[in-house]
Design a binder for this molecule. Sequence first.
Ligand code: AHR
Length: 502
Amino acid sequence: MKAAVTVHSKFTISNIDPRLYGSFIEHLGRAVYTGIYEPDHPTADENGMRRDVIELVRELNMPIVRYPGGNFVSAYNWEDGIGPKESRPTRLDLAWHTSESNQVGIHEFAEWCAAADTQMMLAVNLGSRGLDEARNFLEYVNHPGGSEWSDKRRANGRDEPWDVKLWCLGNEMDGPWQIGHKTADEYGRLAHETAKAMRAFDSSLELVVCGSSNAHMPTYPEWEATVLDHTYNEIDFISLHMYFENRAKNTASYLARSIELDNYIGTVAGVIAYVKAKKRSSKDVYISFDEWNVWYHSKERDKATLAGAHGWPHAPALLEDDYNFEDVLQVGCILNTFINRADVVKIACMAQLVNVIAPIMTVPGGPAWRQTIFYPYYFASVYGRGTALKLLVDSPSYRVDGLGEVPYLDISAVHDAHRNAVTFFIVNRHGSEAIELDVSLLEFGTMKIIDDQVLAHSDINITNTAEQPDNVVPKRGEGADFVNGWLGAKIAPLSYRMIRLK
Ligand code: AHR
């Protein structure tokens, strides 16, 4: 099977906001406790944070991490996580039917972010709480001193404010499962007033309002139109979430779901444009796709805990999806979609980061390791910085009900003008045929292949485990060449490939 791609140095989509490669830590399952924080672990630092996990996180070069939830944030009292650890309360977490010890709060998380070389993206609770707690939290986090909350922060050992710029106004407020769920009008009003108060403190904040939890919500996309109608001039981003699953065990239709993702982004971009025109606004609002990933492997296993069959356990194993090789391809296609939509999607957070639907797993007291999906995320984050290029793609395709024609070739390209490097991220969705790929690179000058990495495996169900962490690892790609402005490569069936030229 043959596919052709044309790329020109001047045909661009947009600069890529580095925050496209963000992530997410929620107080959920073992993400925090025995994930990032385990004071008794042999690698623990002076704050009780696992150094082995920090090292893996640093590899991913993530610019931001969203915190502290997720569904958790909608009944969270941020004040529970400050002050002496021994006096912090244990609370029942209603979102995940567990107990929260509050041994990690904003101070500990901020220290962890500094060690992991990333920035905080904080969410305020607009479920069980509202504007007042949001403004107090903001004052605690960002005000230098001389006010009640900022002086409490200083008394708690942090002199300098953290100066967090990016704030989420609640989480998935369209979801009936959310504590404090609201209608679009109720939420829109509250988000508007909260944004106004936060901006009165600092007009340079970047604020994210909740969009739909997924494209199948009955309120989608009217939710976006109503919420933006209330908030458009006070906010900067609308958040979208989407999770992927293959319970039907149908690889072809599973890998086509990034087309649905693309349609979802396109629809919400349209709603943004509609509200912008309606408001006669000159301001742009962008998408923060702040939860995305594959999530289905653990759902059966988690039912009992979530239904309360085990009482209120502290940090039980929850949402611990064991990712297989097939999921590598899905994550590759998702990241390609974000790159190809970099003009409207400025922020995206893989949900989540450690143990909970995560690229990084840990054993309490034992090792940390990379799941299969670590690698496509790593390649995109490390090499996908610069300008997204507009590609003319000519690929054979297959039909999927509800989605139409789906190309076998899924591809994105990023131009790093500083290094004059072009990186292609490629997925072959075909189950048995290789793609003979020809890429014409116009106006890039003389280049050569400087890196070629492939992720492929004969068993799409293979996973990485604590005992066998290297079942799926990148290998050097073979046979690609670059001659007279043409890149040629044979892309194996069901494989992921990153080819970098300079
Ligand atoms: O990431 C897991 C959960 O998925 C989050 O808590 C919630 O926002 C979403 O439904």
